[in-house]
Design a protein around this ligand. Structure first.
Ligand code: APR
Length: 237
């Protein structure tokens, strides 16, 4: 159990942390949005126009997530927590690789693909039907089930909670995100002025906002190295 007086590491992750587990990122030339345009599969309008297509897209992605395994970066963060460090993870990812690695304190900003929700009320969550969600799978209030993910144009229900967590960081570690999507990317602005921030991403040199340390490495290398350093020192800084 982490000592609440211990310095608090807040980790903010994006799809890059799961890239080495075989899960596609979004905005690369061969990324997910190049293959499946956002407006066709990830907006409320797409859902109204062609729900079967949207469900099919998420059913396929769910299989990709199920096949994936946590990589060295997910495992290193979980190990740090097991060693007694105070670690909070805020992820934009809808996979469950942080949890499968053993992290217990994970907030999913953009939802979770392994859960279902009612179409009319985001707070009404349901177990995922076996075999994925199909048209005609309804909740107990009679509305069609949809994946429990946040689409473009929808509000981000846990954003306020995420801001509060970041505001209590003693250090912010950002991993594998292009910081292109709002409001998630604006979380960095909530870091206390005296808390260092570091970005681990092969493109860190180009992506990191001013004042953020850059580690231009893949997550599977950069994160375990940082974690080894913190464990050796027994403290964050
Ligand atoms: N290790 C770390 N980072 C990596 C790796 C790796 N092995 N491979 C790629 N990356 C980095 C890329 O350099 C890029 O900065 O991952 C980042 C992926 O960026 P995006 O594709 O924009 O994905 P992300 O930032 O997670 O997107 C945010 O946008 O589409 C929405 O809801 C979706 O949660 C997602 C959000």
């Amino acid at each position: 159990m982490a000592d609440p007086r211990q310095p608090h590491l807040v980790v903010f992750t994006g799809s890059g942390i799961s890239a080495e587990s075989g899960i596609q990122t979004f905005r690369a030339g061969d990324g997910l949005w190049a293959e499946h345009p956002i407006e066709e599969v990830a907006t409320p309008q797409a859902w109204r126009r062609d729900p079967a297509r949207v469900l099919n897209f998420y059913n396929l992605r769910r299989e990709q997530v199920r096949r994936a395994r946590p990589n060295a970066a997910h495992k290193a963060l979980a190990e740090l927590e097991r060693q007694g460090f105070r670690v909070s993870i805020i992820t934009q990812n809808i996979d469950d690789l942080h949890e499968r690695a053993g992290s217990r304190n994970v907030l999913h900003l953009h939802g979770e693909i392994l859960k279902a929700r009612s179409t009319v009320d985001a707070r009404m969550q349901y177990p995922l039907p076996r075999g994925g969600i199909e048209l005609g799978d309804i909740c107990d209030k009679g509305s069609q089930l949809r994946p429990d993910v946040v689409w473009f144009g929808e509000s981000v229900p846990h954003f306020g909670e995420a801001c509060e967590i970041v505001a209590e960081a003693d250090m912010l570690l950002v991993v594998g995100t292009s910081l292109a999507v709002m409001p998630a990317a604006s979380l960095l602005e909530h870091t206390p002025l005296d808390a260092p921030s570091v970005l681990v991403d092969p493109e860190a040199a180009a992506l990191a906002p001013p004042g953020v340390f850059r580690i231009s490495q893949p997550a599977g290398k950069g994160v375990p190295e940082l974690v080894r350093y913190w464990r050796r020192e027994g403290r964050l800084w």
